[in-house]
Design a protein around this ligand. Structure first.
Ligand code: FES
Ligand code: FES
Length: 160
């Protein structure tokens, strides 16, 4: 089996690793780096549970190969909180607004919401629904997820 050395930054930490040519990015994150906050769901690009940020843009990590992130920067749910014991505003609002039940979809929704709020800091609920259309939740019915994102936007705009 052919392998390739990749060098990438994950949650601010540099990694240099030999990976099989066909290793999925989601498997690299979960199995090689033990960052299991990124979930494996459909593994066909439909559910969004595996969403991470690649150079600040949301991608579905089950649709990418680890070798494609050579030289690039990845943020997973583990790297989102500022590291001072507080949560990211999206993590806070999902908790406060009931944006999760089983939580399986939550890391993916939060990473996709990060990208959404970066590009549109004052979204309407329609914008949120549209922006998160690539993420599926089988528990919440979506209403609280949309509220969570709107609440986080509000808090971020007012510096909370
Ligand atoms: S696991 Fe990647 S989109 Fe479902
Ligand atoms: S909270 Fe269970 S799948 Fe979304």
């Amino acid at each position: 089996m052919s392998t390739h050395r990749i060098e990438c930054t994950v949650n601010g930490e540099p990694h240099s690793m030999e990976v099989p040519a066909r290793r999925l990015l989601s498997d690299f994150l979960r199995d090689d780096l033990h960052l299991t906050g990124t979930k494996r769901g459909c593994e066909t690009g439909i559910c969004g549970a595996c969403s991470v940020l690649l150079d600040g843009e949301v991608v579905k990590s089950c649709l990418m190969l680890a070798v494609q992130v050579n030289g690039r920067e990845i943020t997973t749910i583990e790297g989102l909180a500022p590291g001072d014991g507080t949560l990211h505003p999206l993590q806070q609002s999902f908790m406060q607004c009931g944006g999760l039940q089983c939580g399986y979809c939550t890391p993916g929704f939060i990473m996709a919401s990060c990208d959404l709020l970066k590009n549109n800091p004052r979204p309407s609920s329609q914008d949120v629904r549209h922006g998160l259309a690539g993420n599926l939740c089988r528990c919440t019915g979506y209403t609280q997820i949309v509220e969570s994102v709107l609440q986080a936007a509000e808090n971020m705009n007012h510096g909370n």
